[in-house]
Design a binder for this molecule. Structure first.
Ligand code: IPD
Ligand code: CA
Ligand code: CA
Length: 291
């Protein structure tokens, strides 16, 4: 798809407006939220009627923005049929925070092209009324102002975010290992509860680095583009890049995204420590079903 910079900027602004509008809906619904209508998809993995309503609004509003694009959405209110362009949507990232009336939470929207990778990324934080936007090759922005990651070069003194996957049976050992490695060594460690905003936090230099195993594509698609466009780096635990274009018959995975994100200078050391931490806990024999 051929678009010049002005056309991308206009398209991204349309998507940002849709994200802001849906984010305002989330914020207003929170004021009258019915906790009795929260369901558990898996143990401690919540979904509410607001997640689904938010998703339906996004699908309806985004449909005319890129005619023919498919939808890959967390709540599966529509089915992805393998279209070459696809909106990857998390209608409410941070549901656990939301149902408890706690910030942060976000709307996350990405436009992904099979060949090109992530083309557009928009993450809206309704609690701070802040919108992060990026398009491939066009830089990353917070409220329309260009953002860059922090300059800190060492884990010592860095401010880190960790994420905890819902599946504690599989991930408690690794998560505990990461916490014990960085707590006391880094300048601060937090678990904020929205992967999309964790990645945007690194992109904007608010957070120095972030690690979380086993995320879904809708948690990370927009945030990964934001981080890359800001000049930061994200890889999996083996140091491979994430969500770049697929060749030939490549299949867009829904899940299994392990994310190690940091400013470009800090990433090598951070990745090394994440790897060391895995090895210390699992030795040579990392079981296949554990990251
Ligand atoms: C979750 C959030 C959270 C992360 C979980 C995600 P959801 O998404 O991004 O920060 O730790 O792994 O599943 O379920 O609130 O959309
Ligand atoms: Ca999510
Ligand atoms: Ca969600």
């Amino acid at each position: 798809m051929e678009h010049n910079g002005t056309e991308w900027a206009a398209l991204v602004e349309k998507v940002a407006e849709i994200a802001r509008c849906t984010g305002s809906f989330l914020r207003e619904e929170r004021l009258v939220f019915d906790v009795g209508r929260v369901e558990e998809k898996n143990l401690h993995d919540y979904v509410s009627y607001v997640d689904r309503a938010s998703e339906r609004r996004l699908v309806e509003a985004l449909t005319p923005v890129w005619p023919g694009a498919g939808f890959l959405t967390e709540e599966a209110t529509v089915a992805y049929k393998g279209e070459p362009y696809v909106w990857i949507i998390d209608p409410l990232d941070g549901t656990t925070n939301y149902v408890h009336g706690q910030p942060p939470y976000a709307v996350s929207i990405a436009l992904y092209g099979r060949t090109e990778g992530v083309l557009v990324g928009v993450v809206y934080d309704p609690c701070r009324e802040e919108c992060y936007t990026a398009w491939k090759g066009g830089g990353a922005y917070l409220q329309g102002k260009s953002i860059v990651p922090s300059a800190i070069q060492t884990v010592e003194g860095a401010y880190l975010h960790l994420g905890l996957p819902y599946d504690a049976v599989r991930f408690s050992t690794l998560s505990t290992a990461l916490l014990s490695r960085f707590y006391g060594r880094a300048g601060g460690v937090r678990i904020a509860g929205s992967a999309a905003l964790d990645l945007c936090g690194v992109a904007a230099g608010r957070v120095d680095a972030y690690v979380e195993p086993s995320l879904h594509v809708w948690d990370v698609a927009a945030g990964l583009l934001l981080l890359r466009e800001a000049g930061g780096r994200a890889t999996d635990f083996a140091g491979h890049p994430l969500l770049e274009g697929l060749g030939g018959d490549g299949v867009l995975r829904n899940d299994g995204y392990d994310v190690v994100a940091a400013n470009a200078g800090l990433h090598p050391e951070f990745l090394c420590q994440v790897k060391a931490c895995r090895e210390v806990y699992f030795g040579e024999n990392i079981p296949h079903d554990i990251v």
